[in-house]
Design a protein around this ligand. Structure first.
Ligand SMILES: NC(=O)C1=CN([C@@H]2O[C@H](COP(=O)(O)OP(=O)(O)OC[C@H]3O[C@@H](n4cnc5c(N)ncnc54)[C@H](O)[C@@H]3O)[C@@H](O)[C@H]2O)C=CC1
Ligand SMILES: O=C(O)C(=O)COP(=O)(O)O
Length: 409
């Protein structure tokens, strides 16, 4: 555990996976200059070495921040996922160490929806196959198996930020939109929610997956589910690689039960652009294979850089955990003229009493106090006069159940 009060230039920030320069610019504008950037993710052993003395880390979807790596992250204050998915981080292990995790829940959603819309239009015409043939010198001019998207039914699995945008765009080109979601959702446009996955599968011409990686979405499209899709239907997955059984999909494509597919995410993805991409889908003509680029547009990456770097800087500067995904959310005002102590503790009886006793013992006046808890941890933020702050900080560090404390001036 580290209990810290640090000058900004001592705060070490490591940014991996080629984040957009807007991330560094945003941090520098807030006074953070001790920043190392790398173009790729790191293998576990190198990540462990690097993370030991880092206070903030920025990653995308390829960096595996598992419990073993986090065990070595003795100084880590927060993780910024410069993407939507946070499945690459062990959120529970991070929480238990008092490490806040932030992401960018919206910034690349439009980019994913646009890519999927384009793929629908191409696949429904059999264009990837015709293009592959043309590259081989084969002139496949034919309307057989080629359709308009207008009037066809799009089935969206996971009607969240991406699924809803895709639905609206698809309606604009005349598609009928239906969706399956485990939650009851507000339907946009003329979309309709169907009660079961099976119903969606058996009544859609195109199926597109937009669910997060969770236990319930693991292999949710396996042999059985694929067999329930309409003959010749199209499958698109730009969510997570663990959601579709690719061997089963390969069989379904080879038997022509599935007419085409677009796959952007894979169970195992190369860690860098220098590694070979291995997949059973390679060589199948009516399959669009993309290297996890659903959210990789200039617009999305620039906005994500600003958004997540801003959240890290804010958490560092004033303790605000607004929109953190694994610790209680506290939105905090400035603490101008005073010092602020941040105290993350195990949610066990007696911690707050002990904090109040410690302050009373030294006659320390609490100018403002904010508290949020969840079932595992509590996050208390206390503003005090700067003259009292070191004493208060020293006392809080000693309280049983303390996970992490920081002092901000
Ligand atoms: N290919 C890429 O580059 C990108 C991929 N993604 C992936 O897309 C996923 C979805 O993104 P958003 O739409 O922003 O997420 P979101 O959280 O807004 O929506 C996800 C929806 O899936 C639903 N859901 C969860 N489990 C389900 C299940 N078992 N069956 C049916 N519905 C279920 C949720 O209720 C929610 O409505 C992300 O979690 C991420 O993994 C996101 C951005 C870029
Ligand atoms: O936002 C997400 O969840 C994505 O999948 C995009 O990941 P990336 O930033 O391209 O590694």
């Amino acid at each position: 555990m580290e209990n810290i009060s640090l000058a900004k230039h001592k705060i070490k920030i490591l940014l991996l996976e080629g984040l957009h320069p807007s991330s560094v610019e945003t941090l520098k504008a807030q006074g953070y200059n001790n920043i190392e950037t790398l173009k790729t993710s790191l293998p576990e052993n190198e990540l462990i070495e690097k993370i030991k003395d880092v206070h903030f880390i920025g990653i995308r979807s390829r960096t595996d921040l598992n419990a073993n790596v986090l065990k070595h992250a003795q100084k880590l204050i927060a993780v910024g996922c410069f993407c939507i998915g946070t499945n690459q981080v062990d959120l529970v292990a991070a929480k238990e160490k008092g490490i806040a995790v932030f992401n960018a829940p919206f910034s690349n959603t439009r980019s994913v929806a646009e890519l999927v819309l384009g793929e629908i239009l191409l696949l429904i015409r059999g264009i990837p196959e015709k293009s592959a043939n043309a590259h081989r010198g084969v002139w496949q001019k034919s309307a057989i198996g080629s359709f308009e998207a207008r009037g066809k039914t799009l089935g969206i699995i996971g009607y969240g930020h991406i699924g809803t945008q895709l639905g609206i765009m698809a309606e604009n080109i005349g598609m009928r939109v239906q969706f399956f979601d485990i939650e009851n959702k507000l339907t946009l446009g003329n979309a309709s929610q169907v009660a079961s996955l099976d119903k969606l599968l058996s009544t859609s011409d195109v199926i597109s997956l937009h669910v997060p990686e969770t236990a319930s979405t693991q292999n949710m499209m396996g042999e059985k589910q694929l067999s329930k899709m309409k003959q010749g239907a199209i499958l698109i997955n730009a969510s997570r690689g663990t959601v579709v059984d690719l061997n089963a999909l390969t069989d379904a494509l080879k038997s022509k039960h599935i007419g085409g597919a677009a796959i952007d995410v894979f169970p195992v993805e190369p860690k860098s652009n220098d590694e070979e991409f291995i997949s059973p889908l390679r060589g199948l003509d009516n399959v669009i294979l993309t290297p996890h680029v659903g959210g990789s547009t200039q617009e999305a990456q620039e906005n994500i850089g600003i958004e997540v770097a801003g959240k890290l800087a804010k958490y560092s500067d004033n303790g605000s955990t607004l929109s953190a995904v694994n610790v209680p959310e506290v939105s905090l005002p400035e603490h101008t003229g005073r010092s602020r102590i941040l105290h993350i503790h195990k949610n066990q009886p007696g911690v707050l009493t002990k904090i109040n006793e410690a302050f009373a013992k030294h006659n320390i006046n609490i100018a403002a106090q904010y508290l949020q808890t969840d079932e595992k941890i509590g996050y208390v933020v206390i503003d005090v006069e700067t003259d009292d702050s070191n004493t208060a900080f020293d006392e809080l560090k000693l309280i049983e159940g303390t996970v992490k404390t920081r002092l901000l001036h």
